[in-house]
Design a protein around this ligand. Structure first.
Ligand SMILES: [Zn+2]
Length: 267
């Protein structure tokens, strides 16, 4: 479905016209601004994260409202003036809706979790094309196959890597041993790996299976990784590590994670 919906221009009769910008965007979330208007938070390929007021979208006849649902991939035009934090949506064209057609609950929870991570990691007005591409490719893989634990782990680890938050764990920081064959213990605060002998019971255990999975993530697309078998204990090791690293750097618990975890464990 391709159509364009246009919002009313902002009513600042005496102000000079605001410049118009274009972006390729994915809707991360939205919240209420007034009786008729919402604020929509996007990640864009060109401008990083941005927030924009969408006027009239709470009215029943708004056509633009359907374009601005969370996890929609859209082409966006917006008004923005330098120094003003809040842009305004001018028009939106739907490219694809990832939660549009009766998505299963697992996809709803996983995709919402992906959006919450991106909302935390991408900065306002700072383009981060790598994270944008990662989100898009992961949503495509999740839609085509399933939002399974492999895909969730892949997305977390790559978000950390692309944000410079994933240390090089290849060698024991104490004895220098290459940890590939027996796995390692991650000293998360220090950003170091220890081989099992040097770890002395400290750190997060990442077994050899999890290590191999982390290595194969580097070489594979989200779709390729998500359709590979991933042993339960390797997935659990990677989950503990990625959750600890995300918690350390974001300094908060992501709201959408608990329900996703429960749903993944029940599926
Ligand atoms: Zn060692």
């Amino acid at each position: 479905m391709h159509w364009v919906a246009r919002a009313q221009p902002p009513l600042h009769a005496l102000a000079p016209p605001m410049p118009i910008f274009e972006a390729e965007a994915i809707v991360l979330r939205q919240y209420s601004l007034s009786d008729a208007d919402r604020i929509v938070v996007f990640v864009t390929r060109e401008h990083g994260r941005m927030r924009a007021a969408a006027q009239g979208v709470k009215k029943p006849k708004s056509r633009i409202a359907a374009c601005l649902e969370p996890l929609n991939h859209i082409r966006l035009e917006f008004w923005a003036r330098e120094g003003r934090e809040l842009s305004q949506v001018r028009q939106a064209e739907l490219i694809h809706s990832y939660l549009g057609k009766n998505p299963d609950l697992l996809r709803v929870y996983a995709f919402s979790y992906f959006a919450e991570i991106i909302n935390e990691l991408v900065q306002d007005n700072q383009a981060n094309p790598s994270l944008f591409r990662l989100l898009l490719a992961t949503l495509n893989a999740g839609e085509k196959h399933s939002a399974n634990p492999s895909l969730v782990r892949y997305f977390e680890i790559w978000c950390l890597k692309l944000s410079g938050l994933f240390p090089n764990y290849a060698y024991c920081s104490n004895c220098g041993k290459y940890v590939k064959d027996e796995g390692f213990f991650a000293l998360v605060e220090a950003g170091q790996a220890r081989c099992p002998a040097c770890a002395q019971g400290r750190g997060i255990r990442v077994g050899a299976g999890a290590y191999a999975a982390l290595e194969s993530m580097v070489k594979l697309s989200p779709e390729q990784f998500a359709v590979q078998p991933l042993a339960r204990d390797a997935a659990a090791d990677i989950e503990r590590l990625s959750q600890k690293l995300l918690g350390l750097h974001l300094e908060k618990q992501l709201k959408s994670y608990r329900i996703l975890k429960e749903t993944l464990e029940g599926s």
